[in-house]
Design a protein around this ligand. Structure first.
Ligand code: FAQ
Length: 330
């Protein structure tokens, strides 16, 4: 059985019979949908995979604040500014829940953040694209948070307890983000000038393909998927999730009165799904290698934020020490 396989040094995965008693017990627990908790025994590969995925996810939330942060001072109304700031602060919160979930696996937050700053850790490719006009704030909320929700709703059922519980709250907040983004675009399309409507279409043209890339490579090109599915870290494959996103997003696109930059996008009566064109994988891997339009700018901004916030952290530690001394003296 596929779900009963576990990692070996070779490409294929171990069968139940080949596993050690500990590994077998672990896999049976996973198969029975019992959550794995921090103090439970787990294979080292399971722990490493989770640290990798959760830290990348946390970095994505934190770096993901930057493209939208670019528009806070230029939001068109006070209401829009407040909504945008609330959304960006939510993303910071998601980063914090996720770093905490990662720490339950014994990983060190500072070390993982340092890897990000040295360009050794990945974060979602989407955040290496610029946000050029106000409609991008709508398109990021609608498409980027929309894609994130499709991926994360299933992660609520991921096998690692702390990650799955973090996802429950994150998904609730992402739903608000998606709605506020769509509302920005709807208002621009319904009440905007011709120039504003053109801005909406331009934002969709630029962010459509990068949003589809968020789900990762095709299943047969995804080195981590088979094991992650067997361990129920991932509950649906990259391609399945991408198709779900397209199927739910195209009717919303049509309702807006806009189009996708994909001549092959078409509803398939036989399958009941939308067919769509091929992603430019060269572009995807270039962005992953650090050569996207904003990779360097994003990392430099994060490093600067950490450096400039050093005095706040030092002051907080000094204050905590003083409080402790006072408590001990009393
Ligand atoms: N970007 O074997 P797979 C958000 C890497 S949160 C960069 O398929 P896996 C909220 C992958 O890491 C968005 N790298 O990998 C928000 C692996 O490299 P490695 C983030 C990517 O892990 C909204 C290699 O390619 N969400 O948007 C990408 O099984 C608005 C091979 O790939 C999550 O992180 C990519 N798009 O599946 C915030 C969700 N795709 O590590 C602010 C949790 C793949 O072996 C504003 N993560 N790679 O060197 C996941 O579900 C999975 O990690 C996948 C990738 C599906 C992303």
């Amino acid at each position: 059985m596929y779900a009963q396989l576990v990692e070996t040094g070779a490409k294929r995965l171990k069968t139940m019979e080949e596993m050690s008693p500990e590994e077998r017990e672990f896999q049976e627990k996973v198969d029975a949908e019992t959550k794995i908790e921090p103090k439970n025994w787990m294979p080292e590969g399971y722990r490493k995979t989770l640290v990798r995925q959760i830290s990348q996810h946390a970095h994505s939330e934190v770096v993901g604040m930057l493209p939208e942060g670019n528009w806070v001072t230029r939001a068109p109304t006070l209401k829009r500014k407040l909504q945008l700031m609330a959304k960006i602060q939510d993303e910071a919160g998601h980063g914090l829940y996720l770093y905490s979930a990662m720490e339950t696996l014994g990983a060190d937050r500072d070390e993982e953040i340092e890897k990000l700053h040295q360009g050794k850790a990945k974060y979602s490719s989407i955040f290496n694209y610029p946000t050029l006009n106000w409609a991008d704030m709508g398109a990021v909320g609608w498409l980027v948070d929309g894609a994130a929700i499709v991926n994360q709703v299933v992660l609520q059922r991921t096998s690692y307890g702390p990650y799955s519980r973090a996802m429950v709250r994150i998904c609730k907040e992402e739903s608000f983000h998606q709605r506020q983004g769509y509302q920005i675009l709807l208002d621009m399309m319904r009440e905007g000038t011709e120039e504003q409507k053109a801005m909406v279409q331009d934002a969709i043209n630029r962010l459509w393909w990068p949003s589809l890339m968020m789900f990762g490579p095709h299943d047969d090109e995804s080195p981590n998927s088979q094991q992650s599915m067997a361990w129920k870290i991932k509950r649906k494959s990259n391609d399945e999730l991408r198709q779900m996103f397209i199927d739910q997003t195209v009717p919303q696109l049509e309702f807006l009165g806009c189009t996708a930059p994909d001549p092959d996008l078409k509803f398939n009566e036989e399958t009941g799904h939308y067919d769509f064109g091929e992603i430019d994988w060269q572009e995807f891997y270039d962005v992953l290698k650090g050569n996207g339009p904003c990779n360097r700018e994003r990392i430099n901004t994060r490093k600067k934020a950490i450096d400039e916030g050093a005095w706040v952290r030092e002051a907080a530690v000094a204050y905590a020490k003083k409080q402790k001394q006072r408590a001990q003296a009393a």
